[in-house]
Design a protein around this ligand. Structure first.
Ligand code: HEM
Length: 395
């Protein structure tokens, strides 16, 4: 399996339906182009650079707690989609673009409006991914539909905002270095490039825009969904060791996060292109075939995770992890296409959760069980069926 899909190619590589200028982002780029952009982007998400994000994430967590406390003080339950959606939006706006918002308080902020338009455009079009993996030759038809019929209007305001920030940062010259966000880090690559590295390091404005969109799209729903499921799991299992004292040690929290990502992976399926013919458990996949890998099935396979329906954070203790095939935990993918934002996501989730558990305690209620599903694209909460968690303030 590893060798057959090793090159990071996937059917998405040929899904060239992104608007002009956004085609070189990590989701849409193919082969050598993907390799080059990924090489440039990887250091941006290294642990050294992520240290600069702590204070941004702490500030957003403080807003999150304020918003939770307001609900509790009014005697309301916590609408997890609303509070964590707001937190993740704020965290991306700050860490990626240096925009300081409290999106729950300020739904009319231009960034929130542009971002919401982009999200509704993207979530209304997931069908083409699955369709094109199964029938790649439909590409031309889909490209025509997306370009001329749907007109991709959802992209425009968000792209214009990002391009405006790029221009502003460029006009600030060296003064722009005071900004500590991903966009600035990507732009600094251009400034710091050595002539011999020019081909590798310089990103065009369109490419920088592409990466900005990827950071937003890759990081918003995934992180928010995981926080929603994690809180749900903690409410449902109050007997676990997730007290503030336990969390302070962070080990148990790590395990609870991984177990939540296993039970409810934010990405259910990934796609690849078989780079050679391979036979797996008696099924032969010919070279060049598009393959959908159902992450969610592997993560719920009793062969790797006994009693998969049960929330058992201890599965992720060092000892238990060591005795399992490392490829079984696929929540962030595996190999060259491993989620580039994994460290950032885990940092956001951990910082937010330490703040949350310091301030509030989730309470198990009878209506909680059976609230959620893990069908592809199903979130913990939907607009017509919000998950409302009962919580009380800690002293
Ligand atoms: C809990 C949160 C997250 C989960 C569960 C998640 C999951 C995944 C998975 C499974 C993949 C692999 C797709 C594949 O193999 O084809 C992936 C790729 C990716 N993720 Fe994430 N992700 C999360 C957060 C983020 C964040 C915060 C960012 C923002 C930077 C991000 C950006 C990306 C990008 C750019 C890729 C494509 C990488 C490539 O193709 O080289 N993700 N993610």
């Amino acid at each position: 399996m590893r060798s057959a899909f090793r090159n990071g190619h996937r059917p998405m590589d040929s899904f060239d339906i992104f608007p002009e200028g956004l085609r070189s982002n990590l989701f849409s780029a193919a082969g050598a182009q993907w390799h080059r952009v990924r090489q440039i982007m990887t250091p941006t998400f290294s642990s050294g650079k992520l240290k600069m994000m702590d204070s941004h994430i702490n500030t957003c967590s403080a807003h999150l707690i304020d918003n939770m406390k307001k609900a509790i003080n009014k005697g309301e339950r916590i609408d997890v989609k609303k509070v964590y959606g707001g937190f993740t939006m704020d965290a991306i706006a700050r860490t990626a673009f240096g925009i300081e918002i409290n999106s729950q308080e300020d739904l009319n902020h231009p960034f929130v409006k542009d971002a919401s338009l982009l999200l509704s455009f993207v979530s209304s079009n997931p069908w083409y991914r699955v369709l094109l993996t199964a029938v790649p030759f439909l590409m031309t038809v889909v490209k025509f539909l997306v370009t001329y019929v749907f007109k991709q209007q959802g992209w425009t305001p968000f792209s214009e905002t990002v391009l405006r920030i790029i221009q502003q940062r460029k006009s600030e010259g060296r003064c722009a270095q005071k900004h500590t966000d991903f966009l600035q880090m990507i732009l600094d690559y251009e400034d710091n490039e050595k002539p011999e590295n020019k081909r590798l390091k310089s990103l065009s404005d369109a490419e920088v825009l592409g990466q900005a969109v990827v950071i937003f799209l890759g990081g918003y729903e995934t992180t928010s969904t995981t926080l929603q499921f994690l809180s749900y799991n903690l409410a449902l299992h109050p007997d676990g060791d997730v007290t503030y004292e336990g969390v302070a040690k962070l080990k148990y929290l790590d395990c609870a996060i991984n177990e939540t990502l296993r039970m409810y992976p934010a990405v259910n399926i990934v796609n690849r292109l078989a780079s050679e013919t391979v036979t797996i458990k008696g099924v032969t996949i010919p070279k060049g075939a598009g393959v959908l890998i159902p992450i969610v099935n592997v993560l719920n396979d009793p062969e790797y995770f006994p009693e998969p329906d049960k929330f058992i954070p201890e599965r992720f203790s060092e000892e238990n992890k060591g005795s399992r095939n490392p490829m079984a935990f696929l929540s962030f993918g595996y190999g060259p296409r491993l989620c580039i934002g994994m460290r950032l996501a885990l940092l956001e989730i951990k910082i937010a959760m330490v703040h949350v558990l310091r301030a509030v305690k989730f309470i198990k209620t009878d209506d909680l069980q059976g609230k959620i599903g893990i069908l592809p694209g199903t979130l913990v909460s939907t607009a017509d069926r919000p998950v409302l968690l009962k919580a009380e303030l800690r002293d």
